[in-house]
Every structure is written in C-alpha cells, then in structure tokens.
Design a protein around this ligand. Structure first.
Ligand code: HEM
Length: 405
C-alpha cells in the first residue's frame, strides 16, 4: 500500500491496516519523509520525518537540546501566533522555562500525592459503576470512561461540578483532530471553534483564579512565582488548558480501549480476573502500550545532527510516533499480541525518558487501575460492542462505545 501519514483517510483505516503500515515504515533503512498535512490554521510547512522505530523515538526524547519542543510538539504544522495564547504551554516549550513551569505543578503529581487521593478516585469509580448498573447497557465512553478523569482533574483544579460538561465539550473540540463531528470542513469556522473553546476555558480559569479556594492546582498556578514574576493571564490560561485536556482525553481513551481489548481477548480477561491484584499493573502497562492513546509528539532539529545513521538538518521536523515505537519488533516480541503478562514492557506510551515525560503518568495509572478493579469485579460480564473511532492522527480516540452486560 502507499502510505501517507498526512492523508486524513490514513487515520480512518482499520487499526490492523494502520499497524501494518507502521511495520512497513519501521522496516525502511531511513525514517520516511512526508509532506505536511493540510490544516485549517497554518501555511503548509516543509514536511517531516516520521520516526517509527523505538530506538529513534527514545533517543530523540532524551536529547531535547537537539530535538526541541519550542517550535511546537502537539501539532506537525507550526501553530500561528493567535493560538499560542491558549495552546502554547509547557509541552511546547524548552528548558529552562519549561522546567520552571513544570516545577510549579509537579508536586501535585508525585506518586505520594496521587496515593493521597486514591480514596477519592475509588469513591468516584464506585459511583460511576453504581450508575452504570442502574442505567444498564449504554455508551461506555460517556457513562464510564469520560467521567472518572474529568471529575478527578476538575476536582484537582477546583472546577465546580456544574462546569464539567462545558469543560468536557471544549476539551473534546481542542483534541478533535480532523473529525467532522467536532470541526467543520469550513476552515475559518474550524479555527473559530478551536479558538472559542480555548477562550472559554481561559475565561473559566480567570474566574476560578479570582475566587480561588485553598489547595487546588489553580491556586498553586495563580500564586506561582517564576523568575520573580507571576504567570501572566495568558500563561495561566494555556497551562490550565494543557492540564485539563491532557488529563481528560488520554485517560478516557485508555479506559475505552481497555474494555475493547478485554472483550476481544477473553483469555487475557480471564487471566486478569484469576489474580487481579498481581496482574493489574502489567495489564495497565499493556493497555497503554497496545492502544498508545497519544499517537505522536513532534520535535524540531536545533542543529545538523546524525542519529542512528540518518543525517538531519537544522530546522527539520521529526515526529515521534509512540504508536509505532510501541509495536517495534526489535523491542517487543510478537508486538501485535495483547499480552498482560508482557515483561519487561518498556513502552513509550507516556513518552520516552526526557524532560517532557508525561506529568500525569502516575495519576493515569491509578485511575485506570481503580476503574478496572471496580468495573471488572462488580460487572465481570461487561462487553464492548463496535467502537466509533475518532478521526485523528494525534489521539487514538474512541468517541462512542456500546457496552452490554
Ligand atoms: C493514559 C493516559 C495518558 C497518556 C497515554 C499520556 C501521554 C503523554 C505523552 C505521550 C506525553 C508527551 C511526552 C513527551 O513529549 O515526551 C505527555 C505529556 C504530558 N501529559 Fe500525559 N498522558 C496521559 C495522562 C495524563 C494525565 C492524567 C495528565 C494530567 C494532567 C497528563 C498531563 C500531561 C502533561 C502536563 C504533559 C506535558 C509534560 C511536559 O511537557 O513537561 N497526562 N502525556
């Protein structure tokens, strides 16, 4: 098949075909080069190298001086200036500024802090399953997978319950990729919708910061001091948007794939249920490896550089395909097999080791663990139907997922 990672249609292919295409890219001698995708918000850029192999993704991640994020990490085209106000936070920055911003929030995300509100995660997961049992067969994404991460990140931020639906809707729009359900094909209209979503989340955080209460992440952001300066309203807004969007869409995606995978692989479900406490950790890692909720991040070369035999030029764009690295047959035996006992499992679903490694990895692992424990012990017969997938090259999302039990 002719592979074009920039074609919207590529991302609508069945997942097995997508996996096969990446296997072909990994088999090439050099990273494949692609012209940039059409986008509603930017001029077409120079194109990019697709880093499909594990070794390339890992090495680029740990060499941020050469593979930088400051020109944009979450989109292949450079973001236009008007987007930076809302979408330009630390994921799109380099050290030292990135490190200073990251320090402000990282204390809220240590394993100890996350363990501290395990009870609250358990309580929310319990209520979600209570409601599921009352509702009966339904859309798993809406009734289960979306609810837990939304409630947890909103509580951390101090966002009131009556704003949850608004937050979810804007966060969906921001990560809607090319999906026509969220963004129209009219390019101007699409840009307006994205900026409106950003603006409304920004207004929400401004409002919260004016009436802030003790001990929320918004409080630490508002009172944070970087280089003797406070965060500007725009920095506060984009930080908040990053945390809300990253905290929501990814964990929801992982939970939705979890139900699909444990439906398609009955033997793995039985294995997990036979010794839940000892096997859940490996299961969560394998779900993240196999589904790779975040498909890629981008880097830009700050200088000419040779990596694994390929010479890059200053200014080149390199796109780190975690989805493909996680199936690299050089690292993972039988990579297309979903195997909850896989060990070791050095996947890069949360990014490669480096300064941008997922800040929420501990939190996401706890959320997935607690939700699956609650779900599979109380509703062990739950099964997924056919997923309605999000059309996106960035998030391996599922919009709707019928479930039955
Ligand atoms: C299964 C769930 C999740 C997956 C698969 C995931 C994946 C990722 C990936 C691939 C990156 C980029 C790493 C890099 O560029 O090297 C990242 C960064 C990030 N993630 Fe997550 N994530 C998840 C959950 C969360 C949660 C729950 C939060 C909570 C707020 C979060 C917050 C962040 C932030 C703030 C960054 C940027 C870190 C930085 O630039 O220093 N993520 N995540």
């Amino acid at each position: 098949m002719t592979i074009d990672l920039s074609a919207t249609d590529f991302w609508a292919l069945p997942l097995a075909d997508r996996a096969q295409a990446f296997a072909e890219l990994r088999a090439l001698d050099h990273p494949a080069f692609f012209a940039e995708p059409e986008t509603p918000f930017a001029e077409k850029g120079p194109g990019y190298y697709a880093l499909a192999r594990y070794a390339d993704v890992v090495e680029a991640s740990k060499n941020p001086a050469v593979f930088c994020s400051g020109n944009g990490a979450t989109s292949i085209p450079d973001l236009p200036v008007e987007f930076n106000e809302y979408f330009g936070s630390m994921i799109n920055m380099d050290d030292p500024r990135h490190a200073r911003l990251r320090r402000i929030v990282s204390r809220a995300f240590t394993p100890r802090m996350i363990a501290g509100f395990e009870d609250s995660v358990r309580q929310v997961a319990g209520e979600i399953v209570d409601d599921l049992l009352k509702t009966g067969p339904c859309d798993f994404v809406r009734h289960v997978a979306a609810r837990l991460p939304l409630k947890i990140i909103c509580d951390m931020m101090g966002i009131p319950d009556d704003q949850f639906e608004t937050v979810l809707a804007h966060s969906n729009t921001i990560l809607s990729g090319a999906d026509p359900e969220f963004l129209t094909e009219d390019l101007d209209e699409a840009v307006t919708r994205l900026l409106t979503a950003g603006q409304q989340l920004a207004e929400l955080v401004t409002d919260l910061s004016e009436h802030y209460q003790n001990d929320t992440l918004v409080t630490s952001l508002v009172t944070a001091n970087i280089d003797g300066e406070r965060l500007t309203p725009a920095e506060l807004a984009s930080f908040f948007i990053l945390l809300v969007v990253a905290g929501n869409e990814t964990t929801r995606t992982a939970l939705s794939h979890a139900l699909v995978l444990l439906t398609e692989h009955e033997d793995q479900r039985a294995l997990l249920l036979a010794d839940f406490e000892n096997r859940i950790e490996g299961t969560v890692e394998e779900i993240v490896r196999y589904s790779s909720p975040v498909i890629y991040m981008r880097r830009t070369l700050t200088q000419d550089h040779t990596m694994n035999g390929h010479a890059y030029r200053e200014g080149d764009k390199a796109v780190l395909f975690y989805y493909s690295a996680n199936r690299d047959e050089r690292v993972f035996a039988d990579p297309d097999r979903f195997d909850i006992t896989r060990s070791p499992n050095p996947h890069v679903g949360f990014g490669g080791a480096g300064p941008h490694f997922c800040l929420g990895a501990h939190l996401a692992r706890r959320e997935i663990t607690v939700m699956l424990r609650e779900l599979l012990t109380r509703v062990p017969r739950i099964r997924a139907g056919e997923p309605d997938r999000l059309l996106s090259s960035f998030v391996n999302g599922i919009k709707r997922l019928p479930c039955d039990f």
